[in-house]
Design a protein around this ligand. Sequence first.
Ligand code: AMP
Length: 612
Amino acid sequence: MENNNLPENESLNETTIDNVEGFEGLGLAPEILEAVKAAGYETPSPIQAKAIPALLQGKNLLGTAQTGTGKTAAFALPLLSRIEFNGKDTSLLVLTPTRELSIQVAEAIQQYAMKLPKVHVVPVYGGQDIAVQFKALKRAANVIVATPGRLIDHLKRGSVTLDKVQAVVLDEADEMLDMGFMEDVETILSKIPKNAQRALFSATMPKEVLEIIDEHLGEYSEARIEGKTTTVENIRQRFLLVKSHDKMEALARVIEGEDFDGMLIFVRTKQATSEVSERLEARGFNVAPLSGDLAQTLRERTINRLKMGKLDIVVATDVAARGIDVDRITHVVNYDIPYDTESYVHRIGRTGRAGRSGNAILFITPRERRLLKTIEKATRQPIEAMALPSAEQISAKRVANFQKKIQDKLANANLDKFREILMKMTVELGTNVEDIAAAALCMAQEREPLFPKMEQLSTPKVKDNGDRDDMPEKPRKERKEGANGVEEGYLRYYLAVGRRDHVSPRDIVGAIAGEADISSAIIGRIKLFDKFSTVELPDNTDQSVLDILSEMTIRGNDAKFRLMTDDAPPPKERKSFKSKKDFGKKPKGKEKTFREFHGDKPFRKTRRFGRH
Ligand code: AMP
């Protein structure tokens, strides 16, 4: 295959935030530029700077980039600019590995297309009622963002046609193929017009991705982000794994828990600078925003106030924080992850100035975990996992601060009048000074309680051994079998599809991981029979996940996913089971086991899937 990769000297490695201009010079359509402005993006991220011109020229593209690098806009902005939408046909197709990503990408594309009335974006994913999707697809689906399994269902039912597609994007191709969607992806690509523009994004390039590239990408340009390695020895780097919707609460706790002098918090957009700053201010922090939107004089004033100690916290975008040199900054918090390692290094370099030591804290959402490893590699330093301070730790800090304020007052204020009142109160209330002081203390802490009640944030798990993938608690080979033949810590579920439906274990893993957006690594043993199959899942699997799976289809068949208990046995076959204890035991008398009753031999190889 011929490959018109861009020459090495044009590689993205040279791109830093200092030499990237705004979006204006890239050649995007005016409607798209308006949407970019409304989104508050100041400069293109490195992958955008590279991918946008190539895609605008109609080239196919191979993008090596992870979530968090701005890759959605990297393909959506140029393709929306370039494609001629007629308001009827499906002109752009994006394939994503998971339900969550398909919704997220669909929302982003709809946002970028806000000024294009003929563009209606429909996410199509497993787990949602297919009838709801029929309706949405019937109305108009000019852009479809789909998981492969569900899209195949729609293609079979004729609710989607792909013969007018002008561009197709494979997002997170490695994840998609890892989940067992290879065959589905190939089927889908075979239905796309030959002359359609193609883009493939993948963080890694395993064999299956290379095969797809080879067979389906044709000639292509390449956009790659490879960070230079840099050292940042005097900076202590930590990360906090946090769900997106918990970030604000986590930030407030981190600020309270850390001993800091000045703090710089990085966010991605101008809007976020004011949002985060306002919400911190409402919680009583001494904070101001800093973005390219502010007049130069105001920006300088803010930085000066930070220098002088009149401000403690500044919330900034990369552009606005360029060149900030304030010795007082002891902490840099990456509230939004930077796009690449260079901007990470650039950001954390705002602390640890003048030979001092600094602290860098990185917020990572579960989907961004891969970026963490890239940063560690580039900075050649491990980034420690950090825990949020507990309610007790925050309480101890608040008490200490309170005590310090009292000490200051005792030293500096004239308290005579207050002593007089205190004496009078002891007489009138018939109590002692100690009780009155305790009551006054109680009143004084009402706005900022000394014993805060703190909601438990569900921080995603990080294992001590540094493995941050969604791996099961125990390594696979140590898993033990329980009395009923199901692996310890797992429950067995029934699926109404089997070999006669041409279902393979891969299809099952792909469907479960894809529909419920869970890692394939947590899926336990799968057994295939002729008419049905079984799968083991961790016994602590979230009910929301089980709900999604209960509506799952596998290869176009309703999977009728359900727990194998006596309350809900599979149809007829399971009637011999009396209780959970009996499950898997030799039958007594005439009772038969599930297997014997069904007269079906289990699939010989019991396969486990996932990353090892
Ligand atoms: P993605 O890598 O596509 O998942 O994007 C990660 C996040 O970065 C999303 O929240 C985007 O809204 C945001 N984003 C993408 N491009 C830019 C940009 N040029 N400036 C600021 N934020 C951006």
